[in-house]
Write a protein of this length. Sequence first.
Length: 207
Amino acid sequence: MDICEIILDQHHQQRRLFAALEEFPRDDLDGLAAIWRQLETLLELHAEAEERYYYPELVKIGTGAADAESNVEQIGDALKDHNELRDAIGRVREAPTGSEAWWTAVIDANTTNSDHMAEEERQDLADFRQQASLELRHELAVRFLKHVAQHQGERVTAENVDPEDYIDDAAMSPRSDAELAASDKKAEQTPMRSSDDPDPSIKASDA
Ligand SMILES: [Fe+2]
Ligand SMILES: [Fe+2]
């Protein structure tokens, strides 16, 4: 499993659901409301799970990829986008389904999310692929998927985060459980040589 692939896959799901809303019959208000509920849950849970599991690790090991000025800049931007997206989702919730205000807020959510996903894929995810071990990517994927599955169908309403505080807290925090678990697993998989084992530096022909 790989956290980068899971995030990317959920981005595709989000794009597909926004496209479904755009082409859905405009007078089927029950249908529009139901598809929006499905999309809203996915958007909220996805951003919340990224902030919970993925971004704290990127704070520690990221370097700033592609057109990012730095790691702090790429993460700060992503967190601001999450806040903007939550604000747009809040406005959709308050408007009657299918009304002009509802569609305006849906389009705002789509625009914010599309720009965010493109940047997240180009900067944050590309950076993580370069910097994170496969073990860490696996550990985070397990935690991320478990969290999403456990909260599927719930209306998640995460608080907006202060990007500076979030980055400071993550940078100061000790290595996460996921990182520790990944390095433990790596150590377990590295065979230990006992004193009875032949020294690998001695070739068979020398023995
Ligand atoms: Fe994402
Ligand atoms: Fe994100």
